[in-house]
Design a binder for this molecule. Structure first.
Ligand code: CP3
Length: 341
């Protein structure tokens, strides 16, 4: 596949283009009325993910409306624990629940159900069949550390304290969880590629809560192993790493994990990143999602600062974290205009 017709894929491969590519994390979601309508019709989030026609439609909604350069598969990072045999529910207004939580149960008691990944591959095939030729198709998974924080606590947790405590108390049992997630993740990403995605992103949303030793052990090492195992199967497919909140540890992450592209959160100074990351390494980010909600002059200023910092480096415009449900659609339109002018 020639990268030249796909600006996002070209930059992911480390080459600059005339057109700056843009997509937004969580671009398929609750800020879109057409998403809310379909979700209400299907009755819930997991129902939407497991209806591959509906999930394909949700993946395409932001492409039709805004013409982003990338379409991200509509699924969730918690499908992997579900396929490992942990029960998954999303209650309205409550967020995800995994049961039993691994603070109370042993991973060894779970029976894996790899078939729970299959409907996601059907979604990929359906999107692929109709995606515009210039749009790059992105797959994704969570990084083992971030996924494990939900598996251990059974839900989102303050400062990820349960998982950090578990990892200090019983590093061997925690390593077994990380390894199981990592193995399933390689299969999951590989299945997405076989079904049609062209690049993948590893979301490590809670990378920022770890001490340096734990960061090395639970973020860098498993990410490096996933990238290496994945590249054995798909040497040509770019991998974006997104170690949210990792701050000064990002430079080490960039050198040691083997990811092809680094996603930056909004706390990272773009000028620091431009100076400190390996020369030529493509970066993605990193507008504050709240600046997008605010709009106006502060949005313009923030966009300009990011674009000018990354003038000399392959750069994909994105937010520093997922778009928030109360983001005005007109501000997304304005952002596209600012980035593309
Ligand atoms: O980016 C996209 O548009 C693709 C789809 C996608 C979703 N989740 C859909 C979703 C992606 C890439 C994710 C990643 C994800 N899921 C992460 C990592 C990125 C991040 O935002 O930090 C995490 C930690 C999860 C786990 C998860 N899923 C939580 C904590 C929640 C509830 C809180 C929330 O944001 O709603 C979800 C639900 C979820 N996943 C929704 C969507 C669109 C909202 C469901 C709804 O109410 O309709």
């Amino acid at each position: 596949m020639s990268g030249s017709t796909k600006p996002l894929l070209t930059v992911l491969n480390g080459r600059n283009t005339g057109k700056k590519p843009i997509w937004l994390m969580r671009q398929a979601g609750r800020y879109l009325p057409e998403y809310r309508a379909l979700r209400a019709e299907k009755g819930g989030f997991l129902e939407l993910v497991y209806d591959s026609d509906a999930a394909a439609e949700v993946t395409l909604q932001p492409i039709r409306r805004f013409g982003f350069d990338g379409a991200i598969l509509f699924s969730d990072i918690l499908i992997v624990p579900y396929a490992l045999g942990q029960d998954l529910r999303f209650e309205a207004g409550e967020g995800p629940r995994l049961s039993p939580p691994l603070v109370d149960a042993s991973l060894a008691a779970f029976e894996a159900v790899p078939g729970r990944l299959e409907p996601v591959y059907r979604t990929v095939e359906k999107v692929k069949a109709v995606l515009p030729a210039e749009t790059t198709f992105l797959g994704f998974a969570g990084s083992p550390w971030t996924v494990a924080t939900y598996m251990v606590a059974g839900q989102g947790s303050r400062e990820q304290a349960e998982a950090r405590r578990y990892a200090y108390r019983d590093p061997e049992a925690f390593a077994a969880i990380i390894d199981a997630v990592a193995d399933m993740t390689v299969d999951y990403l590989s299945g997405q590629v076989n079904a049609g995605v062209e690049a993948v992103q590893l979301f490590d949303s809670w990378a920022g809560s770890l001490s340096p030793d734990q960061f090395e052990q639970w973020v860098i090492a498993p990410t490096a192993r996933i990238v290496s195992d994945f590249k054995k199967r798909h040497p040509e497919v770019p991998v974006i790493g997104f170690p949210k909140g990792a701050g000064g540890k990002i430079a080490g992450y960039a050198r040691e994990t083997g990811v092809d592209v680094i996603g930056l959160d909004e706390t990272v100074d773009p000028e620091w990143a431009a100076r400190s990351l390996p020369a030529g390494l493509p970066v993605q980010g990193n507008l504050d999602p709240l600046a997008l909600i605010a709009g106006g002059k502060s949005l313009e200023k923030a966009v300009r600062r990011i674009i000018s910092a990354f003038e000399d480096r392959p750069h994909i415009f994105n937010l520093g974290h997922g778009i928030l449900p109360d983001t005005p659609i007109a501000h997304v339109e304005k952002l596209l205009e600012l980035v593309r002018q």
